[in-house]
Design a protein around this ligand. Structure first.
Ligand code: GLA
Length: 374
């Protein structure tokens, strides 16, 4: 965590007539395993990371909420009285408006203020830039809340205002993250526990630097396809489907359901292997997860497959898979600490040669959930 100094300095520059700001932060995440299981009420195992979104805010006279995003070099403002009736505009400002609107819907009075948002989570990189943004802003505008409620505010804004039918994983880990541990979450009961990774292991995210347009519509379609498969099986969600019932399905419903059923089992396998310090088995579960996402869930792409296959040839790499929604963004790699440099060099040179882009590599540190800095 960089601390509040840089954002406070920047706040004084962009709002010279404002008072001293208060500052909050919320982390992005990398999901180790349990992909596309959250909206099926299954299990996920994400880790909050050191890349984070900071929000600085100070009260200001007038009847407006004024917001500037440093990362986007954009600003927007709303009259306080208009907030409960805001409509989405189809641009970046919806993410801000959605949080204010959702808080208003929950009876929170939004005070007139100047807000600066500054994030180190790469946009569209599959490390959950929007959940970090939403959680940090909900905390800044809505005051201290229970971490689960805070996650639910940010998710509701995303679903009901922005219109993305996402699960709870990203927002949950952004509010419940723990330094030094990943979080095993049951998305049906919200029960969770920290999972420590073996000491000798590093978690490395590799950003493909692409985000195929297909992503948003395909995500929505997968949510619907899973609901269809659950209906065919007569269960409330695919969380309730078991492996022996898969033979009742065929075609697309079979492929989607098979991914979800086997992925939930892989999460448990991975968590148990982490507990007994067995990185080989953790890696195997990740590799199987990627193949299932590629072949059954069909959310991978050439760039992600390439990064995964390249990583798996590097000595000291236990496992690699796509992380997040898919169709671009990042892969996550489980690697022996002393092999991190070799992995980074191999991914950069091979990916450049194949796709003409330089992947950004992030060695991830398990970080604490959202908090107030000053
Ligand atoms: C996105 C969503 C999450 C989750 C993942 C896939 O990150 O925001 O809720 O569904 O995709 O696991």
């Amino acid at each position: 965590m960089a601390g509040p100094a840089p954002i406070v300095k920047r706040f004084r520059e962009v709002y010279p007539s404002s008072g001293e700001p208060r500052v909050w932060r919320a982390p992005g995440r990398v999901n180790l395993i349990g992909e596309h299981t959250d909206y099926n009420l299954g299990r996920v195992l994400p880790m909050a990371i050191q890349l984070e979104c900071a929000v600085a805010t100070a009260a200001f006279d007038g009847n407006v909420l004024r917001v500037i995003s440093d990362q986007l070099s954009r600003g927007a403002q709303w009259r306080i009285d208009d907030i409960p009736n805001l409509e989405p505009q189809g641009d970046w400002s919806d993410r801000v408006a959605g949080i204010a609107w959702e808080l208003a819907r929950r009876g929170v009075t939004i005070e007139p203020q100047n807000v600066l948002i500054s994030s180190t989570v790469p946009l569209g990189g599959g490390l959950s830039s929007s959940a970090a943004f939403g959680v940090a802003l909900a905390l800044a505008l809505g005051g201290a809340r229970d971490p689960l409620e805070l996650a639910q505010v940010a998710r509701a804004a995303e679903m009901d205002f922005v219109g993305v039918p996402c699960g709870i994983m990203d927002q949950f880990v952004s509010t419940h993250g723990q330094a030094g541990a990943a979080i095993l979450l049951d998305c049906r009961s919200f029960e969770f526990r920290p999972v420590k990774l073996p000491q000798e292991i590093a978690v490395v995210a590799a950003n493909s630097m692409v985000k195929h347009d297909l992503g948003n519509s395909a995500y929505r379609r997968r949510v619907e396809e899973c609901a269809d498969a659950a209906r065919l099986l007569g269960v409330a969600s695919l969380r309730e489907a078991t492996a022996d019932r898969l033979k009742e399905l065929s075609g697309v419903p079979l492929k989607r359901a098979r991914h979800v059923v086997t992925e939930n089992i892989r999460v448990e396998r991975f968590a148990a292997a982490a507990q007994r310090g067995d990185p080989e088995e953790m890696g195997r579960a990740m590799i199987e997860s990627h193949r299932s996402l590629r072949d059954d869930y069909e959310v991978s792409c050439a760039e992600l497959d390439f990064l995964v296959e390249t990583a798996l040839e590097v000595p000291g790499v236990f496992g690699a898979r796509l992380t997040g929604g898919g169709f671009g963004g990042c892969t996550v790699n489980l690697v022996r600490r002393e092999a991190v440099n070799g992995l980074e060099a191999a991914l950069i040179s091979s990916y450049r040669a194949a796709f003409g882009r330089t992947p950004e590599i992030h060695v991830c540190a398990a970080s604490a959930g959202a908090s107030q800095l000053i």
